[in-house]
Design a protein around this ligand. Structure first.
Ligand code: BMX
Ligand code: ZN
Length: 298
């Protein structure tokens, strides 16, 4: 069985090919998010067509940034990290072009499913999964199932307000968590201070520079303030933390230390764990979702 999985964020798109249950190939390319939903869709269709031409596919599992209607794959709302995506019928557009089943869900719901079945979430029934990347995404898992809310879009933690009346957010509102705690927020801050357009890795190469170090520390506090509220609301067994930048041991260690120091004592039993599938969690979740869809269709 040949299944292609795609994990599409505001900046990058990963594709993973599963052959008889084994991830045999994984690639990463720009998602072209800033160019708008048309460019992203073009990349998606091109990647599917190339994989299918190489070895015929039985299904495609998609993990997509934005508020996704899990059944039809419509983008109910997306921030300006992908202009024009709000309202776009992504599922319908892809399904019109292919002859095999396609599953689509929000990227962090997929990451939570990936971690839940194959990674750090295996030992927990009730957990949150949060990723820190272009934005901040979230998923709520209750009794091993993603909690979808009324119309399928629960868990948009990036848009809880952590600074009333604060910075304008890509969602059109003000003061959202992701404007302060996402990797993009850190890179923006570093650019203001140094004038440099660094990526996350380059920022950490300058970790010992006092101005860089203090920007990193202030950014970690922003992450922690959001986590404190979430722990108090959900009292989860665990919070799984993902996003490439969390691979920096200093960040993860400080998030854990400061969060557990700052929550009410009665909330300190929640575990804060790193996504063990790293940035492949979405790919594995999309794989689980398309496998489940195929067996339901049988
Ligand atoms: C945003 C929102 C979420 C997404 C999260 C992480 C859009 C386009 N995205 O808050 O749906 O889960 O970012 O996504 O509205 P990423 O782009 O950082 O991977
Ligand atoms: Zn917002």
């Amino acid at each position: 069985m040949n299944l292609l999985t795609l994990d599409i964020g505001g900046t990058a798109m990963k594709s993973g090919l599963f052959q008889d249950g084994i991830l045999t190939d994984c690639q990463e390319q720009p998602s072209r998010g800033k160019e708008g939903i048309g460019a992203v869709t073009e990349e998606i269709l091109k990647t599917i067509a190339e994989a299918h031409a190489h070895s015929p596919l039985d299904g495609v599992g998609i993990s997509m940034t934005g508020q996704i209607s899990p059944g039809d794959g419509q983008i109910i709302f997306a921030t300006d990290s992908i202009p024009g995506a709000t309202g776009f019928p992504l599922g319908e557009t892809i399904r019109q072009q292919v002859s095999f089943p396609v599953s689509i869900d929000n990227d962090v719901n997929c990451a939570a499913v990936g971690e839940g079945y194959f990674g750090s979430g295996k030992n927990f029934r009730n957990f949150l999964c949060l990723t820190y990347g272009t934005g901040i995404g979230g998923a709520i898992v209750i009794d091993r199932k993603v909690f979808y809310g009324k119309i399928g879009i629960a868990g948009e933690v990036g848009h809880m307000v952590t600074h009333a009346g604060g910075l304008p957010c890509v969602c059109g509102r003000k003061g959202c968590y992701e404007m302060y705690g996402s990797t993009n927020a850190l890179l923006r801050r570093i650019k203001e201070i140094t004038g440099e357009d660094w990526n996350g890795r380059q920022v950490f190469e300058h970790f010992s520079a006092p101005a860089v170090r203090s920007a990193i520390d202030a950014w970690i506090d922003e992450i922690v303030w959001g986590l404190i509220s979430l722990l108090h609301i959900f009292n989860p067994e665990a919070v799984i933390l993902g996003g490439g930048i969390l691979e920096q041991p200093y960040i993860y260690d400080e998030i854990v230390r400061r969060t557990l120091d700052s929550v009410l004592e009665s909330f300190r039993t929640s575990e804060l764990v790193r996504a063990s599938l790293g940035n492949l969690a979405g790919i594995y979740g999309a794989y689980h979702n398309i496998t489940a869809l195929l067996s339901k269709n049988q």
